[in-house]
Design a protein around this ligand. Structure first.
Ligand SMILES: Cc1cc2nc3c(=O)[nH]c(=O)nc-3n(C[C@H](O)[C@H](O)[C@H](O)COP(=O)(O)O)c2cc1C
Length: 367
């Protein structure tokens, strides 16, 4: 039976953060996970650098209950958005991840592979097919910060391309399972392909994949169903969602609370084990209401929830956990190898800015 909390845990005991959480058939040792972080280190064979692998294993050793991989791109066509992104498709790539997954699991953490397709955020120069595809021929308003050039206007995906892209998710999920991952995450957040289908900001289709919330959810539905069929029932399938995208960050991807909750309730019918909600700041009120994203999500689903965004010390982690089951950290865990122990000790810890994390994309090995 799924464990979830329907109401705010105002009476939450002080050590909930460090108490175990039962997730499907996994017993998490605490409620803290390493959020997915792209490192752009896979310059050869779409395989990350050894120090990036070592970083993930060390975060498991340092106490994380869950370790997410960076976003793995799903095919060799046009899914890649940044240089040096990883793939888990061929034997060499799968074999490269096997010892990493084993080591993460040996530290008592759950290893989950995130996978994504960039859609209109793709950068043709780094994609073997040199194309940009998306639900509709609409590009982001802002320029690509990596090139200072406008994002190309994408080609609208036809039904054959939709099937082919889904196949990329399936093949990558199979690769992740062959590598031994405990779970697979479908990245439906941050304005990448699945998020582009979910949001009418980027989806202007008039066929079965656009228009109503049900239609905009159809692509996510088909990806999830196809991926679930290759992810064994005892492994986790998680889905990440956000109301913001990497490009045109100020845009609310869902028009209002009701529209967002409709999408959440549709996703809740899918064979998912967790919904992971990504925010800039977990406590920020959303959709002009007095509720934050975790609270608004919780109202619409009984799936276990992960929350992320500006959780940087004991007080913020405890507070975020009142409305979610698991907290994820990116920047704090990236920059401070002792973060989990420092949180446990209640140390005063900084709230990092996005620029502080730029070291993630350099060749400097992180402690
Ligand atoms: C270096 C870096 C790389 C990131 N890459 C990904 C990614 O591959 N997939 C993803 O879903 N989010 C990615 N994110 C977003 C984080 O997972 C997280 O949602 C965001 O940083 C907010 O959490 P924080 O305040 O704890 O950093 C990345 C963040 C950072 C700092």
């Amino acid at each position: 039976m799924k464990q979830h909390t329907l109401f705010r845990r105002d009476s939450m005991s002080d050590d909930t953060l460090f108490s175990p959480f039962h997730l499907k058939n996994y017993e998490l040792k605490n409620r803290i996970g390493v959020a997915p972080m792209t490192r752009m280190s896979s310059v050869k064979d779409s395989i990350p650098r050894q120090d990036v692998f070592d970083f993930l294993v060390r975060r498991a050793r340092n106490g994380a209950a869950i370790v997410y991989t960076e976003a793995i791109v799903t095919d060799y066509e046009c899914s890649q958005g940044y240089p040096g992104q990883a793939r888990v498709l061929n034997e060499k790539q799968i074999n490269a991840w096997k010892p990493v997954v084993e080591a993460i699991r040996a530290e008592g953490a759950v290893a989950i592979m995130q996978m994504f397709h960039c859609g209109r955020m793709a950068w043709p120069e780094v994609n073997p097919a040199g194309r940009v595809i998306a639900p509709s021929p609409v590009s982001p308003r802002q320029v690509n910060p990596l090139t200072n050039e406008p994002y190309p206007v994408p080609e609208e995906m036809d039904l054959l391309e939709i099937e082919q892209v889904i196949e990329g998710f399936v093949e990558t999920a199979k690769g992740g399972i062959a590598a031994g991952f405990d779970g697979i995450e479908v990245h439906g957040a941050h304005g990448y392909l699945i998020s582009q289908f979910l949001s009418s900001y980027s989806n202007q289709r008039t066929d079965a994949f656009g228009g109503t919330a049900e239609n905009r959810c159809r692509f996510a539905h088909e990806v999830i169903q196809a991926v679930r069929s290759v992810v064994p029932g005892d492994r986790l399938l998680t889905f990440r969602i956000s109301n913001w995208g990497i490009a045109d960050m100020d845009v609310s991807l869902f028009g209002n609370k009701e529209e967002y909750q409709k999408i959440i309730s549709l996703l809740s019918k899918e064979p998912l084990d967790v919904l992971s909600v990504s925010t800039y700041r977990y406590a920020e009120k959303a959709f002009g209401t007095d509720r934050n994203m975790a609270q608004i999500t919780r109202e619409a689903t009984s799936l276990p929830l992960m929350i992320c965004g500006g959780i940087h010390d004991r007080a913020s982690a405890d507070d975020a956990l009142k409305d979610a089951d698991i907290v994820l950290s990116a920047k704090s865990i990236l920059l401070n190898p002792e973060w989990i122990e420092d949180v446990r000790a209640g140390k005063s810890l900084p709230l990092y800015k996005a620029e502080d994390a730029n070291i993630a994309y350099t060749e400097t090995p992180l402690p």
